[in-house]
Design a protein. Sequence first.
Length: 356
Amino acid sequence: MRAPVRRWTLLVLILALVTASCGGGGGDDTQQVESSFTPPRTYEDLDLSSPEAAVAEFISAFARRDYIAAALILHPDAQRAVSTAVDENDLTSLIAPNAEPAVVARMAIERNGDHFLDGMRVFEMAMEEAMTNGGFIVDLASGAEGLTLRTSDQFGAVVEGILSSNGSDVVFELAPTSDERWRIRSARLANGTPLQIPFSGTPTVDSPSRNLEPRDIWRSTLPNDSPQELLDTIVTLVGLGDYVSLYLLLDETGQRGAAEQLPPSISSDHGLVAMLLDTRFDTASFPVDVTEADPIASETLTIAQDVGIGEAITFAVTVGENALDVTMARDSTGAWRLRRMVPVGELTAPTPFSLG
């Protein structure tokens, strides 16, 4: 995900110039789509340079309800603990007992739906339910005060503070990863234990029901209202090396296929499938060339209009002298997600693409 901020700035400037050159009713539509393509928060964009900075980023992610960013800030030990909790159907280290039934019910509804229920997705769902209906173990939604670095060495650090929502003491334990960035291993209340990660303790004051709708901050920056929009977004993300965002644009089948191809041994710094995918493509190029992809044929776009929710369409995309077999599916919101993108004729190529 090596996408320097200056490259995002250049992209925005280019889009602004393109938008300014458009006129008429079609130009208004173009402006709306292009101006909405602002960069998401990538892992490299997060300030994890010190324990205090990492805690501030973590709290900020909760305050703006950006739970994907929060999941990326978790230490790989905590990320793997979340994935284990999902596999074992035990969410006690994520949310308070009163919120667990709602999350379990939502998992049952979403299973085999729009998203692969990996650790990142379930973490996101659990935090959304805790925000809406109450159920945070450590309620960071209103921020924290008096943050103080208590101890720090090359192996770990402890930052203490007071939760703004209820005045409870909170302790953050952090550890660095091999990229010399500090990550949250645990956040616990005074009565919690460091043995339970990522969250621990019994709240003396229940977190309030804030009745706020989920904010899909990260995905909302990625245009995918039509097959052409999705293809254009994918081409841009590949050019920028932002494969976490690309993972979010895969449908459930594509995300599951990526998870099956990515062993945890790929990286000791990350325990989430999206970041394992990003790490894979940081060291190996994207498996297909999309840099000069032609527009999708008008006949295909016409057929796509009749594709229903949960259905998919496969079509060819020309790239220079070559072509790709592309499968896109329509999710429950009516938006489009990528299922598969492989060279034409490679019938046995894995979904969503080869990660070998």
